[in-house]
Design a binder for this molecule. Structure first.
Ligand SMILES: [Zn+2]
Length: 100
């Protein structure tokens, strides 16, 4: 998993294809990410003791990491490469080799 929280990504497939958003959570075990306002599921909630008001709640559902591409500020959606700089691993854009 090369993606991180805070990364700007573009959705490559699914119902939100073409949209961009920021990663708000990474789920490494499932190889999925949760992207702000992407893959929203409408949940109909019944009123309960803890949730006084029922209604429809928007929930960001995880999307497969392979279904999103990181957005490079210089060239747009791209793939992540890794450059080893001493003992540091730096993520770079495969197109322009700029740091991500
Ligand atoms: Zn680039």
């Amino acid at each position: 998993m090369k993606l991180r929280k805070g990364d700007k990504v573009k959705v490559l497939s699914g119902k939100d294809k073409g949209r961009e958003g920021e990663i708000i959570k990474v789920l490494p075990k499932e190889n999925k990410v949760i992207v702000d306002r992407i893959n929203i599921a409408k949940r109909h909630m019944k009123a309960t003791k803890s949730l006084m008001q029922g209604g429809i709640i928007d929930k960001d559902m995880p999307v497969a990491a392979s279904a999103v591409a990181i957005v490079c500020p210089a060239c747009g959606p791209t793939r992540i490469g890794i450059k080893v700089d001493g003992s540091l691993k730096v993520r770079i854009c495969r197109k322009c080799e700029g740091e991500l």
